[in-house]
Design a protein around this ligand. Structure first.
Ligand code: DP6
Length: 325
């Protein structure tokens, strides 16, 4: 059977996925919208062989066991079920950004694993089917399969919950500048967080208004209107963190430096520099701006106390197979 390699971009959500209607299937409670990040990528190589006695995984060359590996092997189980065989797999992933950079890698990893795994198993799946398969590994991974600017309409079933492109990467030259304020491993990851979303009173209010923010953000992307996009992504990110902070038990991802970056970017805007923040399930702040302002924003971010380093990326394409032998 062919040994297949795929490369996938990470993505940053403009409208966040937070909470599921089905945790096992990772059916999102609300629609989300993101852009792929061209310069933060993961490659995954998968080979199935009847001779292998067990599934094995290496990440950046190091053998991995335990719950992280089990999660990857479960995605292989779904592929094996579709392909109707039981061969074990040899799996290797590698990222082009340092492990522990404070950047979530599950979206890029599980989209690359879905695309490489399906091809290695001889399955010929549509983009929508590959996106749905990626979703089973990590919800946000479904958005890294199609190119550019991507929507994930929550969908009510395994088959109908997938992501699709709303505009190609060339549509708008946006840049994400990530202010890394901590590289510590978080104690509660997103899977645990999704499970807590409904325990507080704010998630219901967030969900009731999510569609409206999703449409506003989508229209702003289509119209390349950064002011409109910026306002709604900041509101959406803060609302998700309000839900997190009021879950039972509460989740506090922000550090003092997180808030310092938020205040700084608001001041830069008042000074005429158009950049807007969004924050995932962690303390690091993503600043979204057009490429013409990226250099200015990057040099300003570097001067802020508490910012350890920055990562930056333009808009990326979809998951691609790079090798099959
Ligand atoms: C805050 O996709 O990481 O980044 O399905 O459990 O892997 P799992 O969750 P994940 O959740 C993403 C949460 C988020 C928002 C987003 O990317 O939409």
């Amino acid at each position: 059977m062919p040994k297949t390699t795929a490369i996938s971009c990470s993505n940053i959500a403009f409208i966040k996925y937070w909470g599921n209607t089905d945790h096992e299937l990772r059916l999102a409670a609300n629609p989300s919208l993101s852009m792929n990040l061209a310069d933060l990528t993961i490659t995954a190589t998968v080979q199935f062989d009847p001779e292998f006695s067990s599934d094995t995984l290496t990440i950046n060359g190091k053998p991995v066991t335990g719950s992280a590996a089990e999660r990857v092997f479960r995605q292989m189980d779904i592929i094996r079920h579709k392909a109707n065989f039981t061969h074990r797999a040899k799996i290797a992933t590698a990222s082009n950004f340092p492990a522990g950079a404070g950047i979530a890698s599950s979206a890029a990893a599980f989209s690359a694993l879905a695309v490489a795994g399906a091809a290695a198993a001889g399955l010929s799946l549509s983009e929508a089917e590959l996106s749905a398969l990626a979703r089973r590994g990590s919800g946000s991974a479904c958005r890294s399969v199609p190119p550019g600017f991507v929507q994930w309409l929550a969908g009510g079933t395994d088959e109908t919950s997938f992501a699709e492109s709303i505009a190609p990467p060339e549509h708008w030259d946006l840049v994400d500048i990530v202010a890394v304020v901590s590289t510590e491993h978080k104690t509660v990851g997103s899977t645990g967080g999704h499970a807590l979303a409904d325990t507080g009173v704010l998630q219901a209010a967030r969900l009731a208004s999510a569609e409206e923010r999703f449409i506003a953000a989508k229209n702003a992307v289509l119209a390349r209107d950064l002011t409109a996009l910026g306002m709604v992504i900041e509101e959406d990110a803060v609302m998700m963190h309000a839900v997190m902070m009021t879950s039972r038990p509460p989740l506090f991802y922000w550090q003092p430096a997180t808030l310092a970056v938020i205040h700084a970017v608001r001041q830069w805007r008042a000074d005429g520099i158009p950049a807007y923040f969004t924050i995932d399930a962690g303390p690091n702040v993503h600043l979204i701006c057009e490429r013409s302002h990226a250099e200015t924003v990057a040099s300003l971010v570097r001067t802020l106390p508490g910012v350890q380093k920055i990562l930056r990326s333009g808009v990326g394409g979809g998951t691609k197979i790079t090798n099959s032998e």
